[in-house]
Design a protein around this ligand. Structure first.
Ligand code: PHE
Length: 341
């Protein structure tokens, strides 16, 4: 009997199947109900008691070895199907879904903003992120002592107060006026930098789309109508806007634009803090000083400008409460925007 067992152990060790199906046959022959192992166990019952210990150990060894070997062979066969099996593969089966990436929500919203304004005849202009004082501040009528130039808001490069990271994309509008004569109609998307503490509603890096329209007879009514069109396209046909007087060095008069809250429809909720309105951008008529600084005759031409934060628009559009999510690149967050826009 011991020979029978040892022989089986050898067969298990030397077993090399040519096809996956042979493994299962082998298992049934060996470990099945009427298999060789059970036959040995039957015989085992009649063995003399003094032999039982040694034989029992050997039978156990055979059993674990056989199970282990069959499992190993099956896993290997599953990972690497034999050539014969590959040929028999069902070619009509649907293909596996490859995971493709999605656009970042900030890109989606920026593209949509740009697209809406391009329908109104605006072209896109871009500019450098590292700027000089002239393009970010001086050409835009910032007085020398204006707090926005302060170290608290602006990142200066290597302690040189003339070279800095742009704090708004209005610098691109200055660059456009430098080399283009009116009529000018541009939108300026881009990344901007402000030295602010990072929280759920502010970040030191964010994105803006600003716009500039300069021509003869451009009025505040044109500005208002353009913004209303934009708001309806972005947030839905039922959207209303209101303008509150404000101040920017480069526009006069200036206004802050609110849209009716698209969550509660203007009734008041916790997103609009009960007011029914959400602030989305700053705007105004280009200050004549800005036109003159850029060699545009302010007697002949007028213009309007506006600027908005892309993160802010995206937060309102998607109901995202924490702006930091846009910078963390967590795929579980980003995946949700796979099919929007
Ligand atoms: N540049 C302003 C900002 O960054 C936005 C703005 C642009 C306001 C144009 C008025 C006109 O906050």
């Amino acid at each position: 009997m011991i020979e029978k067992i040892n022989d089986l152990i050898r067969r298990v060790e030397e077993f090399k199947p040519k096809a996956a199906a042979e493994i299962e046959e082998f298992r049934i022959r060996l470990l099945g109900k009427k298999g060789e192992l059970n036959q040995i166990l039957e015989e085992f019952k009649t063995v003399a008691p003094e032999m039982k210990r040694e034989l029992g150990q050997q039978i156990n060894r055979l059993k674990t070895l056989a199970q282990q070997r069959i499992n190993d062979l099956k896993t290997a066969a599953a990972a690497e199907p034999a050539a014969t099996e590959q040929a028999a593969e069902d070619l009509t089966r649907p293909g596996s879904n490859d995971k493709i990436g999605s656009r970042h929500p900030i890109s989606l919203v920026r593209n949509q903003i740009v697209e809406i304004f391009s329908r109104m005849g605006y072209t896109v202009a871009e500019g450098p992120e590292i700027e000089d004082d002239w393009h970010v501040f001086s050409a835009l009528n910032f007085p020398p002592e204006h707090p926005a130039r302060d170290m608290q808001d602006t990142f200066f490069i290597e302690k040189n107060p003339d070279i800095l990271l742009r704090t708004h994309t209005s610098s691109i509008q200055v660059r456009t006026m430098e080399h283009q004569k009116p009529p000018i109609r541009v939108v300026c998307p881009g990344r901007v930098f402000r030295n602010e503490a990072i929280s759920y509603r502010a970040h030191c890096i964010f994105h803006q789309v600003e716009g500039l329209y300069v021509d003869e007879n451009v009025s505040f009514a044109d500005l208002k109508q353009s913004i209303l069109y934009f708001a309806k396209e972005m947030f839905g046909e039922q959207t209303r806007i209101r303008m509150r007087p404000s101040y920017f060095p480069f526009t006069e008069p200036s206004a802050e634009v609110d849209v009716s809250c698209n969550l509660c429809g203007g009734k008041g909720c916790n997103v609009c803090k009960g007011t029914g309105w959400l602030e989305i951008m700053g705007c105004g008529m280009v200050d004549p000083n800005v036109l003159e600084a850029n060699h545009i005759d302010s007697k002949k031409y007028t213009g309007f400008a506006f600027g908005m934060g892309v993160e802010r628009i995206a937060m309102l559009k998607f109901g995202v409460r924490d702006l930091r999510l846009y910078f963390e690149n967590d795929v579980r967050f980003l995946d949700q925007f796979n099919s929007v826009l």
